[in-house]
Design a protein around this ligand. Structure first.
Ligand SMILES: NC(=O)c1ccc[n+]([C@@H]2O[C@H](COP(=O)([O-])OP(=O)(O)OC[C@H]3O[C@@H](n4cnc5c(N)ncnc54)[C@H](OP(=O)(O)O)[C@@H]3O)[C@@H](O)[C@H]2O)c1
Length: 245
Protein backbone atom coordinates (compact mmCIF):
# COMPACT_ATOMS: atom_id res chain seq x y z
CA UNK A 1 0.00 0.00 0.00
CA UNK A 2 1.18 3.51 -0.73
CA UNK A 3 1.04 5.98 2.15
CA UNK A 4 -0.42 9.45 1.57
CA UNK A 5 2.25 11.65 0.02
CA UNK A 6 4.25 8.66 -1.22
CA UNK A 7 4.44 8.21 -5.00
CA UNK A 8 3.39 4.75 -6.19
CA UNK A 9 4.92 2.71 -9.00
CA UNK A 10 2.45 1.54 -11.62
CA UNK A 11 2.58 -2.07 -12.78
CA UNK A 12 -1.01 -2.10 -14.00
CA UNK A 13 -1.74 -1.90 -17.70
CA UNK A 14 -3.86 1.15 -18.45
CA UNK A 15 -6.17 1.53 -21.44
CA UNK A 16 -7.61 4.68 -22.99
CA UNK A 17 -10.74 4.63 -25.16
CA UNK A 18 -10.56 7.51 -27.61
CA UNK A 19 -6.88 7.77 -26.86
CA UNK A 20 -6.06 9.64 -30.07
CA UNK A 21 -7.76 12.82 -28.79
CA UNK A 22 -6.06 15.51 -26.75
CA UNK A 23 -7.25 14.20 -23.39
CA UNK A 24 -6.38 10.59 -24.16
CA UNK A 25 -2.92 11.52 -25.42
CA UNK A 26 -2.36 13.67 -22.36
CA UNK A 27 -3.37 10.94 -19.92
CA UNK A 28 -1.28 8.38 -21.81
CA UNK A 29 1.75 10.67 -21.72
CA UNK A 30 1.56 11.37 -18.00
CA UNK A 31 0.91 7.76 -17.03
CA UNK A 32 3.70 6.51 -19.29
CA UNK A 33 6.02 9.08 -17.75
CA UNK A 34 5.02 7.62 -14.37
CA UNK A 35 6.10 4.17 -15.60
CA UNK A 36 2.80 2.64 -16.75
CA UNK A 37 2.19 0.66 -19.89
CA UNK A 38 -0.67 2.32 -21.79
CA UNK A 39 -2.86 0.83 -24.51
CA UNK A 40 -3.99 3.81 -26.54
CA UNK A 41 -7.34 2.94 -28.12
CA UNK A 42 -9.02 4.19 -31.26
CA UNK A 43 -11.70 3.13 -33.72
CA UNK A 44 -8.76 2.78 -36.12
CA UNK A 45 -5.73 0.84 -34.87
CA UNK A 46 -3.41 2.30 -37.50
CA UNK A 47 -4.33 5.84 -36.42
CA UNK A 48 -3.72 4.82 -32.82
CA UNK A 49 -0.28 3.46 -33.71
CA UNK A 50 0.74 6.70 -35.42
CA UNK A 51 -0.58 8.83 -32.57
CA UNK A 52 1.00 6.64 -29.88
CA UNK A 53 4.41 6.88 -31.58
CA UNK A 54 4.12 10.67 -31.66
CA UNK A 55 3.47 11.29 -27.96
CA UNK A 56 6.51 12.80 -26.30
CA UNK A 57 8.37 11.48 -23.24
CA UNK A 58 6.72 8.04 -23.10
CA UNK A 59 9.87 5.88 -23.51
CA UNK A 60 7.93 3.52 -25.75
CA UNK A 61 5.38 2.64 -23.09
CA UNK A 62 2.31 3.69 -25.15
CA UNK A 63 1.00 1.23 -27.73
CA UNK A 64 -1.70 2.12 -30.28
CA UNK A 65 -4.50 -0.46 -30.45
CA UNK A 66 -8.23 -0.72 -31.14
CA UNK A 67 -10.64 0.47 -28.47
CA UNK A 68 -11.63 -3.18 -27.96
CA UNK A 69 -8.03 -4.10 -27.12
CA UNK A 70 -7.64 -1.08 -24.84
CA UNK A 71 -10.79 -2.22 -23.03
CA UNK A 72 -8.88 -5.31 -21.92
CA UNK A 73 -6.48 -3.31 -19.73
CA UNK A 74 -6.63 -3.42 -15.92
CA UNK A 75 -7.90 0.16 -15.66
CA UNK A 76 -9.64 1.75 -18.63
CA UNK A 77 -10.09 5.50 -19.12
CA UNK A 78 -12.95 6.80 -21.27
CA UNK A 79 -11.84 9.84 -23.27
CA UNK A 80 -14.34 10.10 -26.12
CA UNK A 81 -16.79 12.95 -26.76
CA UNK A 82 -20.10 12.57 -24.91
CA UNK A 83 -21.83 12.13 -28.28
CA UNK A 84 -20.05 8.79 -28.78
CA UNK A 85 -20.06 7.67 -25.14
CA UNK A 86 -23.17 5.49 -24.88
CA UNK A 87 -22.69 3.72 -28.21
CA UNK A 88 -19.03 2.89 -27.53
CA UNK A 89 -19.70 1.57 -24.03
CA UNK A 90 -22.61 -0.52 -25.25
CA UNK A 91 -20.32 -2.03 -27.87
CA UNK A 92 -17.54 -2.76 -25.35
CA UNK A 93 -19.62 -3.81 -22.33
CA UNK A 94 -18.41 -7.43 -22.43
CA UNK A 95 -14.75 -6.45 -22.79
CA UNK A 96 -15.07 -3.97 -19.92
CA UNK A 97 -16.69 -6.44 -17.50
CA UNK A 98 -14.65 -6.64 -14.30
CA UNK A 99 -12.46 -3.67 -15.26
CA UNK A 100 -12.02 -0.47 -13.34
CA UNK A 101 -13.46 2.12 -15.71
CA UNK A 102 -12.55 5.78 -15.23
CA UNK A 103 -14.92 8.12 -17.00
CA UNK A 104 -13.32 11.47 -17.90
CA UNK A 105 -16.22 12.60 -20.08
CA UNK A 106 -17.83 15.99 -19.50
CA UNK A 107 -21.22 16.29 -21.23
CA UNK A 108 -21.03 19.94 -22.24
CA UNK A 109 -22.71 22.10 -24.82
CA UNK A 110 -21.27 25.30 -26.23
CA UNK A 111 -23.09 28.40 -27.45
CA UNK A 112 -22.18 32.07 -27.80
CA UNK A 113 -22.27 32.45 -23.99
CA UNK A 114 -19.72 29.67 -23.55
CA UNK A 115 -19.84 26.14 -22.13
CA UNK A 116 -22.80 24.73 -20.23
CA UNK A 117 -23.70 21.34 -18.74
CA UNK A 118 -25.99 19.14 -20.81
CA UNK A 119 -28.84 17.19 -19.24
CA UNK A 120 -27.95 13.50 -19.12
CA UNK A 121 -30.87 11.11 -18.58
CA UNK A 122 -28.87 9.02 -16.08
CA UNK A 123 -27.65 12.15 -14.23
CA UNK A 124 -24.09 12.18 -15.53
CA UNK A 125 -21.83 10.52 -18.08
CA UNK A 126 -20.32 8.38 -15.32
CA UNK A 127 -23.74 7.18 -14.15
CA UNK A 128 -24.61 6.46 -17.77
CA UNK A 129 -21.43 4.36 -17.92
CA UNK A 130 -22.40 2.53 -14.73
CA UNK A 131 -25.86 1.81 -16.16
CA UNK A 132 -24.40 0.50 -19.42
CA UNK A 133 -21.59 -1.43 -17.69
CA UNK A 134 -23.22 -3.18 -14.73
CA UNK A 135 -20.26 -5.58 -14.39
CA UNK A 136 -17.60 -2.84 -14.44
CA UNK A 137 -16.29 -0.77 -11.55
CA UNK A 138 -17.00 2.77 -12.68
CA UNK A 139 -15.49 5.97 -11.27
CA UNK A 140 -15.33 9.48 -12.65
CA UNK A 141 -12.01 11.33 -12.48
CA UNK A 142 -9.63 13.60 -14.42
CA UNK A 143 -12.61 15.72 -15.54
CA UNK A 144 -10.93 18.98 -14.53
CA UNK A 145 -7.44 18.60 -15.97
CA UNK A 146 -7.10 20.22 -19.35
CA UNK A 147 -5.31 18.21 -21.99
CA UNK A 148 -2.86 21.06 -22.55
CA UNK A 149 -1.56 20.65 -19.01
CA UNK A 150 -1.14 16.92 -19.51
CA UNK A 151 0.58 17.20 -22.88
CA UNK A 152 3.21 19.78 -21.97
CA UNK A 153 5.72 19.93 -19.12
CA UNK A 154 6.95 17.40 -16.64
CA UNK A 155 6.48 17.84 -12.88
CA UNK A 156 4.90 21.29 -13.07
CA UNK A 157 1.28 20.20 -12.97
CA UNK A 158 0.01 20.93 -9.45
CA UNK A 159 -3.65 20.12 -9.20
CA UNK A 160 -6.18 17.90 -7.44
CA UNK A 161 -8.01 15.07 -9.14
CA UNK A 162 -11.47 14.54 -7.71
CA UNK A 163 -12.44 10.89 -7.88
CA UNK A 164 -16.07 9.89 -7.35
CA UNK A 165 -17.45 6.36 -7.28
CA UNK A 166 -19.32 3.75 -5.28
CA UNK A 167 -16.73 0.93 -5.48
CA UNK A 168 -14.27 1.83 -2.74
CA UNK A 169 -11.35 -0.31 -3.93
CA UNK A 170 -11.76 0.98 -7.48
CA UNK A 171 -11.88 4.53 -6.18
CA UNK A 172 -8.76 4.02 -4.06
CA UNK A 173 -6.97 2.56 -7.07
CA UNK A 174 -7.81 5.61 -9.18
CA UNK A 175 -6.76 7.95 -6.37
CA UNK A 176 -3.45 6.09 -6.14
CA UNK A 177 -3.00 6.29 -9.92
CA UNK A 178 -3.56 10.05 -9.82
CA UNK A 179 -1.04 10.38 -7.00
CA UNK A 180 1.51 8.43 -9.08
CA UNK A 181 1.72 11.40 -11.47
CA UNK A 182 4.07 14.05 -10.09
CA UNK A 183 2.13 17.13 -8.97
CA UNK A 184 -1.27 15.50 -8.90
CA UNK A 185 -3.21 14.68 -5.75
CA UNK A 186 -6.12 12.28 -6.02
CA UNK A 187 -8.95 13.06 -3.61
CA UNK A 188 -12.08 11.11 -2.74
CA UNK A 189 -14.95 13.30 -3.92
CA UNK A 190 -17.72 10.99 -2.73
CA UNK A 191 -20.23 8.74 -4.42
CA UNK A 192 -20.84 8.25 -8.13
CA UNK A 193 -24.06 10.27 -8.03
CA UNK A 194 -21.90 13.36 -7.44
CA UNK A 195 -20.34 12.91 -10.88
CA UNK A 196 -22.96 15.26 -12.31
CA UNK A 197 -21.49 18.11 -10.25
CA UNK A 198 -17.91 17.18 -11.07
CA UNK A 199 -18.66 17.06 -14.78
CA UNK A 200 -20.72 20.27 -14.78
CA UNK A 201 -18.05 22.20 -12.87
CA UNK A 202 -15.84 21.86 -15.93
CA UNK A 203 -18.04 24.47 -17.65
CA UNK A 204 -16.98 26.94 -14.93
CA UNK A 205 -13.32 26.07 -15.41
CA UNK A 206 -13.68 26.67 -19.14
CA UNK A 207 -15.16 30.10 -18.41
CA UNK A 208 -12.24 30.89 -16.09
CA UNK A 209 -9.77 29.69 -18.71
CA UNK A 210 -11.33 31.93 -21.31
CA UNK A 211 -11.34 35.03 -19.13
CA UNK A 212 -7.82 34.56 -17.76
CA UNK A 213 -6.32 32.99 -20.91
CA UNK A 214 -5.01 30.01 -18.95
CA UNK A 215 -5.49 26.28 -18.32
CA UNK A 216 -6.73 26.44 -14.73
CA UNK A 217 -6.68 23.41 -12.47
CA UNK A 218 -8.50 22.67 -9.21
CA UNK A 219 -6.78 22.73 -5.83
CA UNK A 220 -8.73 22.20 -2.58
CA UNK A 221 -7.36 23.76 0.61
CA UNK A 222 -7.10 22.24 4.10
CA UNK A 223 -7.45 18.61 3.04
CA UNK A 224 -5.16 16.32 5.04
CA UNK A 225 -4.91 13.06 3.08
CA UNK A 226 -3.76 11.11 6.15
CA UNK A 227 -7.21 11.54 7.70
CA UNK A 228 -8.85 9.25 5.16
CA UNK A 229 -8.68 5.48 5.53
CA UNK A 230 -7.31 3.78 2.40
CA UNK A 231 -8.16 0.22 1.41
CA UNK A 232 -5.17 -2.07 1.99
CA UNK A 233 -5.98 -4.22 -1.02
CA UNK A 234 -5.14 -1.48 -3.54
CA UNK A 235 -2.28 -2.74 -5.68
CA UNK A 236 -0.85 -0.71 -8.55
CA UNK A 237 2.03 -3.10 -9.10
CA UNK A 238 0.60 -6.46 -10.06
CA UNK A 239 -1.36 -6.57 -13.29
CA UNK A 240 -4.31 -8.93 -13.34
CA UNK A 241 -4.00 -9.12 -17.12
CA UNK A 242 -1.71 -11.03 -19.42
CA UNK A 243 1.67 -9.82 -20.62
CA UNK A 244 1.21 -6.79 -22.89
CA UNK A 245 4.87 -6.15 -23.45
N1 LIG B 1 -9.73 18.07 -23.90
C1 LIG B 1 -9.67 18.34 -22.60
O1 LIG B 1 -8.93 19.23 -22.16
C2 LIG B 1 -10.52 17.53 -21.64
C3 LIG B 1 -10.35 17.72 -20.26
C4 LIG B 1 -11.12 16.93 -19.38
C5 LIG B 1 -12.03 16.02 -19.88
N2 LIG B 1 -12.18 15.89 -21.23
C6 LIG B 1 -13.15 14.94 -21.73
O2 LIG B 1 -12.44 13.92 -22.38
C7 LIG B 1 -13.14 13.49 -23.54
C8 LIG B 1 -12.22 13.55 -24.73
O3 LIG B 1 -11.84 14.89 -24.95
P1 LIG B 1 -10.97 15.26 -26.25
O4 LIG B 1 -10.82 16.71 -26.25
O5 LIG B 1 -9.74 14.40 -26.27
O6 LIG B 1 -12.00 14.79 -27.40
P2 LIG B 1 -11.84 14.57 -28.96
O7 LIG B 1 -10.45 14.89 -29.40
O8 LIG B 1 -12.96 15.26 -29.62
O9 LIG B 1 -12.11 12.99 -29.11
C9 LIG B 1 -11.25 12.02 -28.60
C10 LIG B 1 -11.24 10.81 -29.51
O10 LIG B 1 -12.51 10.15 -29.43
C11 LIG B 1 -12.72 9.44 -30.65
N3 LIG B 1 -14.09 9.73 -31.09
C12 LIG B 1 -14.58 10.86 -31.63
N4 LIG B 1 -15.90 10.76 -31.85
C13 LIG B 1 -16.25 9.49 -31.46
C14 LIG B 1 -17.46 8.76 -31.47
N5 LIG B 1 -18.61 9.32 -31.91
N6 LIG B 1 -17.44 7.50 -31.00
C15 LIG B 1 -16.29 6.92 -30.55
N7 LIG B 1 -15.11 7.57 -30.53
C16 LIG B 1 -15.09 8.83 -30.98
C17 LIG B 1 -11.70 9.93 -31.67
O11 LIG B 1 -10.71 8.91 -31.79
P3 LIG B 1 -10.66 7.90 -33.05
O12 LIG B 1 -11.25 8.63 -34.24
O13 LIG B 1 -9.21 7.63 -33.19
O14 LIG B 1 -11.47 6.71 -32.64
C18 LIG B 1 -11.06 11.13 -30.98
O15 LIG B 1 -9.69 11.29 -31.30
C19 LIG B 1 -14.37 14.39 -23.69
O16 LIG B 1 -15.53 13.72 -23.28
C20 LIG B 1 -14.08 15.56 -22.76
O17 LIG B 1 -15.26 16.06 -22.14
C21 LIG B 1 -11.45 16.62 -22.12
Amino acid sequence: MTEPGERAQIGLVLGVLGGTGAQGRGLARRFAMAGATVLLGSRDASRAAVVAAGIADTQGRVRGVTNAEAAGADVVFIAVPYEGHAALLTELSEALAGRIVVDCVNPLGFDKRGAFALDVPEGSAAEQAAALLPRSRVCAAFNHIGAQRLLVGHDDIVTDVLVVGDDLVAKDTVIALACAIPGLRGLDGGSLRLARHVEALTAVLIAVNKRYKTHAGMRLTDVDETRRTVDNSVDLIHPSMGDWS
